[in-house]
Design a protein around this ligand. Structure first.
Ligand code: ADP
Length: 651
């Protein structure tokens, strides 16, 4: 009998094998447990959020970071569908986004989230996240579950945004922003630096910063560097830099040290602002200020101001000089009035009050008196109130000028004018005296002459010339009287027509001689005046005589009158030679004549219109001349006040 070669295992052998297998399985189980624990700890301790699901998408694991981000504690989350806990939307459209876990399970591949996904936590807070989900499966088998890994990107987003914003500022600012290393080599160069210094970024970067420093300022760079190395920041350092094309720029520099990650200084950031314009304006301002100062010194103008309520008076030394005070002496509002001539104090006070109340400038002249000698100066003070935003006067500001010499000049002019008037009056008086006997003599000759007298023509000529002479001298006497206020008016109530009638009678021979047409146009109702008939007749006679004289033969003269409100307006117009515009403003001045030769056929003295003006003004009226120019005729307008309501008997 054959025996099986393979020995049958003994019972003890079998037991041993079973034990071995058991041991091996226990070992691998322990190993699996160890690995799973190791994995759990790993997943729990990594910085990213981790969620695991089973193949149905139900949560089996959630680490601490995932708990924090979703707001779901693991014990509540486990067993729930992933879509309950991991709720995501698309940031732009705020639509629910496709859950990557489900997609990974469905498609059996790793799925990444699209950018800009927001995780909505359990309490509604939102976190921008990035994530990916991967299926878990045994080799070749169907997915047993999925693992989702994600993290919050808010901080990174913020950093990116800040960085982008800073970059935009650097790009768009008007200030040149440059950074350089400690070796002085330029590292960054913004567009404003390109515009300011003329180097493009590619030209500047890699070059030494000395390319924009003028040679004479190179030592500055060493100084700046040594301060930077000490960690100092340099602010608003004003200096000069040079552009690529050699122009010098005034710039204001702010330089800050740049530190590396370890805190050591690795370079500097410079912000350069072009202040050329400002420096230029400051220079011009300083120049004009110094010029102004010289001008002020030369002009002798003093500056003062006074803070209300007249508490603080501030004078410069020129004003002190104007008030007979030594330089630097203290002044108060009392000093101001004390040093003023007593007669000028009240008018000055009133002028200042009027300026405050009327919101206007004041311009006053007063005398200041030297208490020691009694001498005085004439001071002109100009100024006005300075108001705050509520229109309240807070201060007075102004200047003083010594006008003594002008005052003296004016005074001596007035004095010589007075002397001239006195002389004219005396002269006219003395000239008039011999005329009366001359006139009487001529009259006598006329009476005793026979019809056949040969001397009739000569005598008539003498008579005419004598009348002319009398008229001239009378005018002279009158103007001298008007100027010296020596003329008295014999006022009474009268009709304008009377005065005009008298005047016409006087000038009739002249009008006839010139063969002029004389038109008189007066209103029907009488116009009443309070005045001196003879003098008013003289006014109109002078005007009419001028019209007759200064109008070529055969002209037209019109006298018209009208009432305008309370005023009587009388116009004397002619079609004569006219008055050039340049002569109009001075036509009423004494001795004013329009460029005519002394031998003029009319032989006036240029007194007639001055007399007209003087007499009209004595009547409270005014006179004006108008003319279209040479050859265009003239119009003289006399305005007189109408007679008052109190009637005085007409005679
Ligand atoms: P005169 O004695 O020279 O006439 P007036 O004072 O009367 O002096 O006039 C001053 C000047 O004004 C005259 O010389 C003349 O040139 C000018 N003038 C006055 N009236 C007239 C007028 N109606 N037309 C043109 N010129 C006139």
């Amino acid at each position: 009998m054959n025996r099986n070669l393979t020995p049958a295992p003994s019972a003890s052998q079998e037991l041993g094998e079973t034990q071995n297998r058991l041991q091996a399985s226990q070992q691998s189980e322990q190993e699996a447990l160890r690995q799973s624990e190791w994995l759990r700890v790993t997943l729990s301790s990594i910085g990213d959020a981790v969620i695991c699901t089973d193949s149905d998408g139900r949560i089996t694991f959630l680490n601490g970071v995932a708990e924090a981000l979703t707001g779901w504690p693991a014990d509540e989350a486990i067993g729930r569908p992933i879509t309950d806990v991991f709720v995501i939307i698309d940031e732009q459209h705020r639509q629910v986004a496709i859950n990557p876990t489900l997609e990974a399970l469905r498609e059996g591949r790793t799925v990444r989230l699209v950018n800009h996904t927001l995780l909505i936590a359990r309490d509604g807070t939102e976190h921008p996240i990035e994530d990916s989900a991967a299926p878990i499966r045994l080799e070749g088998g169907p997915p047993l579950g999925a693992v989702l890994v994600f993290h919050d990107v808010s901080q990174r987003r913020q950093i990116e945004e800040t960085r982008a914003r800073l970059a935009a500022i650097v790009e768009s600012t008007e200030d040149a922003i440059i950074s350089k290393g400690l070796d002085g080599i330029i590292r960054t160069w913004n567009p404003a630096a390109e515009r300011l210094f003329g180097y493009s970024a590619s030209e500047a970067i890699g070059r030494s910063i000395t390319c924009i420093i003028p040679p004479e300022r190179l030592p500055e760079e060493d100084e700046i560097l040594s301060r930077l190395v000490r960690g100092e920041r340099i602010e608003h350092y004003e200096t000069v830099r040079v552009t690529k094309d050699g122009r010098r720029l005034h710039i204001s520099l702010t330089i800050s040290p740049l530190r590396g990650a370890d805190g050591t200084i690795i370079g500097a950031a410079k912000v350069a602002r072009d202040i050329t314009h400002r420096v230029e304006s400051e220079r011009k301002l300083a120049e004009s200020l110094s010029r102004l100062e010289i001008a002020v010194q030369l002009s002798g103008i003093g500056f003062w101001h006074c803070d209300l309520p007249f508490a603080e008076l501030s004078w410069d030394d020129k004003v002190r000089e104007h008030f007979w005070l030594p330089p630097g002496s203290s002044v108060t509002i009392e000093t101001f009035y004390e040093r003023m001539h007593p007669d000028d104090r009240e008018p000055t006070r009133l002028a200042i009050d009027a300026s405050i109340n009327g919101n206007s400038q004041f311009d006053i002249v007063y005398r200041t008196v030297d208490p020691a000698s009694g001498a005085f100066k004439w001071i002109r003070a100009l100024g006005g109130a300075v108001r705050d935003s509520h229109r309240k006067v807070v201060r007075f500001d102004g200047v003083t000028v010594d006008v003594s010499s002008q005052k003296q000049a004016e005074e001596s002019l007035r004095e010589s004018d007075r002397r001239k008037d006195d002389f004219l009056a005396l002269l006219a008086h003395e000239l008039r005296n011999p005329l009366a006997p001359l006139r009487a003599g001529l009259e006598l000759l006329r009476r005793h002459a026979s019809a056949a007298d040969d001397h009739v023509a000569t005598r008539d000529m003498m008579q005419r010339q004598l009348t002319h002479l009398v008229r001239l001298i009378d005018d002279l006497l009158d103007i001298a009287r008007v100027n010296r206020n020596k003329l008295r008016l014999a006022r009474r109530r009268l009709r304008l027509s009377e005065a005009i009638q008298h005047a016409i009678e006087t000038v009739q021979p002249l009008v006839a001689e010139g063969q002029h047409e004389l038109i008189v146009s007066l209103p029907d109702e009488p116009i009443l005046l309070d005045g001196d008939l003879t003098r008013l007749a003289q006014v109109f006679a002078n005007l009419l005589a001028n019209s007759a004289r200064y109008t070529p033969r055969g002209g037209c003269i019109v006298v018209s009158a009208a009432l305008e409100g309370e005023q009587v307006v009388v116009k004397v117009s002619d079609t004569g030679i006219g008055i050039p515009a340049h002569a109009l403003p001075t036509i009423f001045d004494m001795f004013s004549q329009v460029e005519r030769s002394l031998e003029s056929e009319h032989g006036g003295l240029g007194i007639g219109l001055a007399l007209v003006k003087g007499l009209v003004e004595m009547h409270g009226g005014s006179v004006a001349a108008a003319s279209g120019g040479r050859g265009k005729g003239s119009t003289f307008t006399v305005i007189l006040p109408m007679a008052g309501p109190v009637a005085s008997p007409l005679d």
